[in-house]
Ligand binder design. Structure first.
Ligand SMILES: [Mg+2]
Length: 199
């Protein structure tokens, strides 16, 4: 009887462990965008003659209505396009990843993990590629609008599994259709230790 109960618990735990998917945001979740990448970017621009205030103003103005593309910013300020490669230099930006979370991703396994990022597609995908973590994920998706459709799609594809969505901002997935995603669990990431929650 005890053995039977133990087996039941064990099987349930195993099933729970196998059937889970994880959708991670990139900026300020897997990648330290605000505290590391942006200061690095503004520093290079400043050294090239564009004050941080001016670059930030341009960034905000574009970001409010359109997809941000760093090469457009360089052109706007008549800077050499070569600066682009210096800013997204893979040897530099690989150091900006969130090592704690990446360790969890490696444990969870590539087939269970997705990146869903918001922003200019070209720029986001290039940052992700150059950060070196793309091969750790089953899929990398960039959207300029809301993330809802992509989340709903992943939830539907894996409807028999629990799907975790980890993001530092709620506005990109506001008004998510929970009826379409009964298997979804959202985690607002503020830098907390996720080891006991999702791994
Ligand atoms: Mg984010």
């Amino acid at each position: 009887m005890i053995l039977k109960n133990w087996l039941n618990v064990s099987i349930k735990l195993s099933i729970r462990f196998i059937f889970m998917k994880y959708i991670f945001d990139f900026d300020d979740v897997l990648f330290n965008n605000t505290v590391q990448f942006k200061p690095h970017m503004y520093d290079i621009l400043e050294k090239a003659g564009v004050p941080k205030d001016a670059a930030q103003a341009y960034y905000r103005q574009i970001r409010a209505v359109n997809e941000f593309w760093l090469k457009d910013l360089l052109r706007h300020f008549s800077l050499n396009e070569d600066l682009y490669e210096k800013i997204v230099d893979k040897d530099v930006i690989k150091n900006f990843i969130n090592h704690e979370l990446i360790a969890i991703v490696k444990k969870l396994g590539k087939e269970n993990c997705f990146i869903l990022t918001h922003g200019g597609e070209k720029f986001q995908l290039d940052k992700i590629e150059k950060s070196g973590i793309a091969p750790l994920f089953a899929d990398v998706i960039a959207v300029f609008g809301k993330k809802n459709d992509s989340i709903e799609k992943i939830c539907a594809t894996h409807r028999d599994e629990e799907v975790f969505f980890i993001d530092d901002r709620i506005e990109h997935s506001k008004d998510l259709n929970t009826i379409k995603c009964p298997n979804l669990k959202t985690i607002l990431y503020t830098g907390q230790d996720l080891r006991n929650i999702i791994s």
